[in-house]
Write a protein that binds this ligand. Sequence first.
Ligand code: KG4
Ligand code: ZN
Length: 334
Amino acid sequence: MIVLGIETSCDETGVALFDKKRGLLAQALHSQVNLHSVYGGVVPEIAARDHIRCLLPLVNQVLGAANIKKPDIVAYTAGPGLIGALMVGGGLASGLALAWDCKILPIHHMEGHLAAPFLESNPPKYPFIALLVSGGHTMLVLVTSFGKYQILGTTLDDAAGEAFDKIAKILDLGYPGGPAIAELAMEGNETAYPFPRPMINHAGFDFSFSGLKTAVMLTFQSEQKKGLNKKIKANIAASFQRAVIDTLVAKTIKVAKIKNINRIVIAGGVGANLLLRHELEYHFDGEIHFPKVELCTDNGVMIAVAGAFRCAEAMDVNEIKATARWPLESLISV
Ligand code: KG4
Ligand code: ZN
């Protein structure tokens, strides 16, 4: 059973071929970062147009690399995401499935992120607590099987990745902000500014990053008046990163303890953050599962793997599913 995975929900065009028996056969990824960085964030119309330009050549590239004429199933990200970008992936996936006379499978983007750690040599067993941290989501989820999700906490305002992107913009570090802040933070002192650890002592498991963002902005403005230099910016980046990571780690470990679950899975773009990985490993004495760093951010592999999990639901083409909002809890267990 060979699944072609297509990811176009935001600013990466990702394609991969996954065989249920043989594993990953081929993958290709095109990042639009250079197109969007001049605007300081993703421009939806530019994203959709660039997916149109790149998607078919990438599909041909992976088919050629794997020496395969056509897959059994075409799985594509149907949401959540940018509606125009999703329509491109869903449209091409449906056209290809009709031309190849094969089945189609719409995939939830965040379930795709959750599928990535299953490619590792020691995949997670159930149940586990998932920390899903991306540019659009910050969620703590109790996962009891593939497709059975109970959301225990979510962000009340900005997602963790979004906070990284906004602070990077203030510090003039370009887009995407996460990797740029992480790099600059290596030269900084993370105790230089005592930024708040938002909602760390609240009873629930929700997150809020907008107050932290304001605190960082006020500090930046006050330092700007005195005169900025690279060291000050590095100190702000390091102190901000430490505040976000402390919050994510504390809440995740607290949920795991209260739910009495000894297994944590991290997925989504912010999962690429090395301080997050290091701190969780240091403070949590249970099992921790991460995807490879390059599979944390958006890619076609995670969609192909999620498609393999859900292959029994593959169907004939009858509509192009594209939905900007799609609650994770509405999915059904495989
Ligand atoms: O999962 P993803 O590729 O796209 C969405 O589904 O949103 O996540 C992208 C987010 C961006 O906000 C980016 O700044 C953040 O992940 N990110 C990081 C790192 N690498 C990417 N955040 C912190 N540290 C990183 N190393
Ligand atoms: Zn994503």
